[in-house]
Ligand binder design. Structure first.
Ligand code: 3PG
Length: 222
């Protein structure tokens, strides 16, 4: 296992998959209704410079989409909206390399730890960050980020927890993205803005690539 030191921050990211998410700095949150869109979507993201996606288990197509994306060389796919240990097993069996939850579920976290898969549970308060720390985690999703106070809230919440890294998600778009990326405690920024449901419904791969390019270039500039 590699230890990847992250600049401007006291923490280190100890799992290689978490380190890979950290290098990419962006986590598109995908809600796919048709698994046949998985491959063109991944290609559109790759064309925009991003080799990662979180596929949410909110649709029947999600597991098939994870399976399809997991076969793409160099593409890192994770499962989102994971609410139960059984969903952890299904997603990981399909090829998910990491697991994201909207909140902190001890059962989901434990199942991921038992099988050695990185898990990023959602937190909204300092109490939940401490629950994550107690569970031995170093990375959490901060959700829903904008509604909870945005980048300023991430900064305030991070202050007492120098070893914790955050993946703010919820209400983030190209306009407020730089404020999040500028926070040293932010491991990566998640959201649907690059892969918005209407773009997926219209199969507008060019626009997805354009938005992804804009985001990767913003991430490169910080
Ligand atoms: C999530 O599932 O993480 C959020 O619903 C994504 O939020 P967004 O659509 O505001 O980016």
């Amino acid at each position: 296992m590699t230890n990847v030191p992250l600049s401007e921050h006291d923490g280190t990211v100890t799992h290689p998959v978490t380190a890979a998410v950290a290098r990419r700095r962006l986590l598109p949150v995908v809600v796919l209704r048709d698994a046949r869109a998985a491959e063109p979507l991944a290609s559109a993201l790759i064309a925009g410079g991003l080799h990662t996606a979180e596929v949410t288990l909110r649709t029947d197509a999600a597991i098939h989409a994870i399976r399809a994306m997991a076969t793409l060389r160099g593409f890192l796919v994770g499962a989102g909206t994971v609410l139960t240990p059984a969903q952890v097993d299904r997603a990981v069996e399909a090829g998910a390399r990491f697991v994201v939850s909207p909140g902190f579920s001890p059962a989901v976290v434990r199942r991921c730890q038992d099988i050695g898969v990185p898990v990023f549970p959602g937190v909204a308060t300092a109490t939940e960050v401490q629950m994550a720390l107690d569970a031995g985690l170093d990375t959490v999703k901060f959700f829903p980020a904008e509604q909870l106070g945005g980048a300023a809230m991430v900064r305030a919440l991070a202050a007492p927890f120098p070893s914790v890294r955050f993946i703010p998600t919820g209400g983030i778009h190209s306009g407020n993205l730089p404020a999040y990326l500028a926070q040293p405690a932010v491991l990566a920024v998640g959201g649907t803005w690059m892969v918005a449901p209407d773009l997926l419904a219209q199969a507008d791969w060019n626009e997805i690539t354009r938005l992804t390019q804009a985001a990767t270039s913003a991430a490169g500039e910080v």
